[in-house]
Write a protein that binds this ligand. Structure first.
Ligand code: DQQ
Length: 511
């Protein structure tokens, strides 16, 4: 993941298809590494462009993270599959590029997909992007060596060439694949013209032999009253929640509307006769909306359901191009399903050993308090007691005079409803904000128990991940001042808080 880790020679040796353009130019890597907005304990590509997590999984005790990657520049173009491995979900080793566009079904890009175990053979099911062959993407396969570093594309690609006959789709791409007995199943992200987002269901006896079974779910079949779900559903993910031994499933997809990446949504429900029957309307997966997009998850050997999402930039394209990199992978997070059907997220416990030294502990009973712990890599834990009417605020990436600051706010109204917000309006000097997305993000938390909010805020240069009673909010901020490293905490009216603060090691730069 760093300059040192990038094993260029190995990529060439093991990848006959990979060419010069599959490696970032050293100048681009240097530029990316020099950027002060570049995270230190989140996964980023060596340089260039990163988007969706792909093929996430654990194979023979090693975690694999593949991702949408353009090593040439910080723009979405000629997408390859980058690949990194880890044994602790935090220290990632860059592997050679796994898939690169070649003549035929993926001539212009190897788009998102998944890793499946086909009777012991690691197999990637992914979307080929070849505008010369069809208006939508298609379904391709590649099989891997036991260490998952060398991939051979299937001669039969594309195994699904495009939309089924007579089905009028907006788009068609991305895959969730599972097996029931002797039968493989997959859903592809799509939309039906005039009906909204949809997931098309295919099944077959092998990964290269698929028959269309109909739409598993279409937007106009959702219970009414839910969030807008866009024209197309991208990157479906269907799984059994951890610890649930029933037929209840969680279905995640990303709502896309005519070119705009809106947000990921989730449903709980059951599979019944080739349909997904939701328990209720679609809900937001992450209050940071597009800043946690196209998530994908897997069940680890220890039973945890672990999810990664793509945190896209909130700075102008030109600024990202200049910086030489774009896109951060979220921290891996564990998912559990609460009794009320809320999907709860928490950063994996593996992060805790990255905390530096002993923590600073503060009890805040009234007013505002400056926290001694400061920096652009922080792990902050607050136990907030917030009776009705109370309010709590945590400023991070803050200058002393608060000219620049990002505010995490908890506000409870008289009726007891609690709102989490991330106020980015002052996250960057007012004179330098043109083209930056500073919109406020937030939403309502599930009913509090005993007036408490367990808050966790992870700051890593330009990415902030907030977890409030398990509700995540991911966002990007770009302070301009070098001294925007302070932390301030304040409580209002009847609220109080216990705050614990740590600095976090820079794993990418080898601290
Ligand atoms: N990104 C991929 C597509 C997917 C989209 C292309 C979601 O497969 O639909 O890079 O961000």
């Amino acid at each position: 993941m760093s300059l040192v880790d990038t094993d260029l020679g190995r990529a060439e040796r093991t990848h006959p298809e990979s060419d010069q353009r599959d490696r970032p130019r050293p100048e681009l890597v240097v530029r990316a590494e020099q950027d002060t907005q570049r995270p230190g304990f989140h996964f980023v590509a060596p340089a260039g462009w990163l988007n969706d997590p792909n093929g996430v999984g654990e194979w023979g005790g090693v975690f694999h993270l593949f991702y949408q990657y353009n090593p040439e520049a910080a723009i979405h173009d000629r997408i390859r599959w980058g690949h990194a491995t880890s044994t602790d979900l935090l220290r990632w080793h860059d592997e050679p590029i796994a898939l690169t566009p070649s003549a035929g079904a993926d001539a212009e890009g190897c788009w998102s997909g998944v890793l499946v175990d086909d009777n012991g053979t690691p197999t990637l099911v992914y979307s080929g992007h070849a505008p010369a062959l069809g208006r939508t993407q298609n379904c391709c396969l590649a099989t891997g060596t036991p260490d998952l570093t060398v991939w051979t594309k299937d001669a039969a690609n594309p195994v699904i060439p495009g939309p089924p006959e007579g089905v009028d789709v907006t788009e068609l791409r991305d895959h969730a694949v599972w097996r029931e007995g002797e039968q493989w199943h997959q859903i592809m992200g799509s939309g039906l013209v005039g009906r909204g987002g949809a997931l098309l269901h295919f099944s077959g006896p092998s990964l290269s032999n698929w028959t269309y079974q109909g739409a598993l779910l279409v937007a106009d079949e959702l219970p009414t009253g839910g969030t807008f779900t866009g024209s197309t559903w991208e990157c479906p993910d269907l799984f059994a929640p951890e610890g649930h031994h029933t037929d209840r499933r969680v279905l995640v997809f990303s709502a896309w509307d005519n070119g705009l990446t809106l947000y990921p949504l989730y449903l709980t429900g059951r599979l019944s006769e080739d349909k997904f029957v939701p328990d209720g309307p679609a809900r937001h997966l992450d209050l940071g909306l597009r800043h946690f997009y196209a998530p994908q998850s897997f069940t680890a050997a220890d039973g945890r359901r672990i999810q990664f999402g793509w945190s896209q930039e909130a700075r102008p394209d030109a600024a990202a191009a200049e910086a030489g990199w774009s896109g951060v992978m979220s921290l891996p997070r564990t998912l559990t399903l609460a009794h009320d059907g809320t999907l709860l997220a928490a950063p994996v416990a593996e992060i805790e050993p990255l905390r530096i030294g002993t923590s600073e502990q503060r009890r805040v009973m009234s007013g505002r308090m400056q926290v001694e712990t400061s920096g652009d890599q922080l792990d902050l834990v607050a136990d907030v007691l917030i009776p009705p009417d109370g309010a709590f605020e945590l400023a991070v990436r803050a200058t002393e005079d608060l000219r620049e600051a990002t505010f995490v706010k908890l506000e409870r109204d008289a009726r007891g409803t609690t709102r989490l917000t991330l106020d980015r309006s002052r996250s960057r000097l007012a004179s330098l904000t043109e083209g930056y997305d500073l919109t406020e993000l937030g939403g309502t938390l599930p009913t509090l128990v005993n007036d408490r909010v367990a808050l966790r805020v992870l700051v890593d240069h330009s990415i902030v991940e907030v977890f409030a009673n398990g509700v995540p909010l991911t966002a990007r901020v770009y302070p301009a001042e070098t001294d925007a490293v302070g932390v301030l905490v304040s409580v209002h009216r009847s609220a109080t808080a216990n705050l614990t603060a740590w600095q976090v090691r820079d794993v990418r730069r080898g601290d």
